[in-house]
Design a protein around this ligand. Sequence first.
Ligand code: MV4
Length: 479
Amino acid sequence: MKKILIANRGEIAIRVMTTAKKMGIKTVAVYSTADRNALHVKFADEAICIGNPPSNESYLLGSKIIQLAKELGVDAIHPGYGFLSENAAFAEEVAQNNIIFIGPKSKAIQIMGSKLAAKEAVKNYNIPMVPGIDNAITDVSKAIKVAKEIGFPILIKASAGGGGKGMRVVEEENELEAQMERAVSEAVSAFGDGSVFIEKYVQSPRHIEIQILADSYGNVIHLFERECSIQRRHQKVVEEAPSSILTPTLRKKMGEAAVKVAKSCDYLGAGTVEFLLDEENNFYFLEMNTRLQVEHPVTELITGIDLVEQQIRVARGEVLSIKQEDLKICGHAFELRVYAEDTLNNFLPSVGKLEVYQLPKGKGIRVDNGFEEGMEIPIYYDPMLSKLITYGKTRNEAIQLMLTAIEKYKIEGVQTTLPFGKFVFEHDAFRTGNFNTHFVKNYYSAELLKAKIEEEAKIAAMIAVKQYLNDKKQLRLPV
Ligand code: MV4
């Protein structure tokens, strides 16, 4: 593998290129006209424009990207996350053109892209799943019957679902029909597939996911868990590894279950198996993400393993050189996603020019970044600017590092999620590890954050006045 094309943009394109360079592999960037001055373009050995700003006229043009890859003599394509990364047809077309897709086979993407197909695939592997039905349901009277057996509250989910779309909680029987109609129509408009199914609703779960790695010889290992419960409307904001709640026994059980899920679909490469963990520490398989995830760096820091390097190695046919028993957790890592969003105004995208943009640096601080000072943030794509990642010997040390790093991160010109991050890392429930997926809903409001910011400004002003009075006194000047 001498040359890879990265079919992505922003921080993840740069992240992949960094490892490729380290391995002596040449890199090709693709970009839309909105990104012609972007960092990932400058960072690559070669770069090629693929079209207009909207994703469906550039980063989603699979066939065009493959044609260009062939013309440039590319050996492999890394899809990053988002865009074409979980597109089974794209993975297939790449393979048909004798290019290596750095990821799983098309078939695995296809199976795990459908929640019902995923349930079917893992059926014989003894994986714990939330009580429910494992086939699509269309008939309301059948749904009511099933719901009564499971017991309310139940959750209606879209098989093709993602990002919480097509998901409806039903508290009691008389709401079921209306909620089912809504779930189906939402699923049809979002995914073109109206299949829905029913599960018992787990009320206050934690979201724990397990990183796995698989080679093409049937070897599969897990790289422990990431805790991703701090999210807002299905958008993760803070992630950590390890989770503060898992015991070694539970970690081993979940890891082994994740490995079995990977085996059930003949997985290849890096993947993530998502679980819900309920209040009694029962875990349930939710779904598998067949890509490198945004939050992969926290796993890299606690294991010392470069996941992109492993992806490339297994993609070019190497045997996994890491054994499960070689792996151990060392230290604690956090990631804060820095989005150009206004946390005080309902997290609306805050686009504009990065008038000031200075990254924090130092031991235990890693910033996976896609932007530089003076750049405009395009409105066409995900507004994530960077990922602020900290690593310490202990959880407390990593929290403290995060607060210092947030303080040192200087951004002017756009609003960001940095103040929200500060709120989370200072919050008692977060610091004690006593939280679940309802953290943001339960504890956060713009008013609270505003009040906190004002309070801090007041204290700062008081300290300044005190200093002023002290200085005067020392100089024996009249106040
Ligand atoms: C659930 C659940 C409770 N019970 N399933 C959200 C998106 C999709 N990946 C699955 N999700 C959930 N499935 C049952 N049976 C709660 C969620 C859920 C959630 C899961 C992980 C992280 C954040 C979440 C926020 C709201 C709901």
